[in-house]
Write a protein of this length. Structure first.
Length: 237
């Protein structure tokens, strides 16, 4: 993924400028926004547009749009914006608040992803426990804390990655959107050891409702290749 920090601007007018979330019509960063549509954009124009988008994203703290964007990339003829929830609504919000350039391409899932497509099966292991740190969490909590306890006789290995599931109206479990990058690190938990971590709930994006949720985390025992998925339920109220 290419991120440019060029100071040069792109000479176009943003049609969403007057209704921008930031309402900064006089800011120079908002005056040079899109690319003329009568020709293919140059590499420099696309890098400048990418840079401008990145600059604007830094300024929209508090806007639910910000946590929905997890990447900005360059294509040969467009700037690709990766949306965690890639629906028409969020595309319109981006064009209203960030840029209405015709050379923006959106990517990402437009529909919720079933947990069954991400987790092969859940295994209950008596000597490895995954539990929430509280009986329940406030429905507007930004995160929830969990503890993984190793009561087995072997080391267990895992990374930072986890999944949170919510129950849809159809009775199926779906992945709760959780944008961001994961650090590719290995964590080793020895026998009798405990590991506590925070799981993001991102209420500004997900509009979480009271109810039962699930947290999924994969582990493996040292010396074994097979990945094991653990699951625990928690409550938002």
């Amino acid at each position: 993924m290419n991120s440019s920090t060029s100071e040069d601007s792109i000479t176009v007018v943003d049609s969403a400028q007057s209704t921008s979330y930031l309402d900064k019509e006089c800011d120079s960063v908002f005056k040079a926004d899109t690319i003329t549509t009568h020709k293919s954009p140059s590499e420099k124009e696309l890098k400048d547009l990418q840079s401008l988008i990145l600059d604007r994203l830094k300024e929209i703290k508090g806007n639910p749009l910000q946590p929905n964007i997890y990447g900005i990339g360059l294509l040969p003829d467009a700037v690709e914006v990766y949306l965690e929830i890639n629906t028409t609504y969020w595309q319109k919000e981006f064009r209203k608040s960030i840029s209405n350039s015709p050379y923006i391409k959106f990517s990402g899932d437009s529909k919720p992803t079933p947990i069954s497509e991400l987790v092969e099966s859940v295994v209950e292991i008596n000597k490895v426990k995954l539990l929430p740190d509280e009986p329940s969490f406030a429905v507007n909590s930004k995160s929830a804390s969990f503890t993984l306890t190793n009561e087995s006789e072997s080391n267990i290995c895992f990374g930072e990655y986890y999944l949170i599931g919510y129950k849809g109206n159809d009775g199926l479990w779906y992945r709760l959107p959780n944008p961001g990058m994961w650090h590719d690190i290995g964590i080793e938990l020895k026998p009798t050891g405990k590991h506590t971590f925070e799981a993001a709930l991102t209420p500004s994006l997900n509009n979480n409702q009271p109810g039962v949720y699930r947290l999924y985390k994969s582990i493996r025992f040292e010396g074994e290749k097979q990945k094991i998925w653990l699951m625990t339920e928690f409550v938002l109220e």
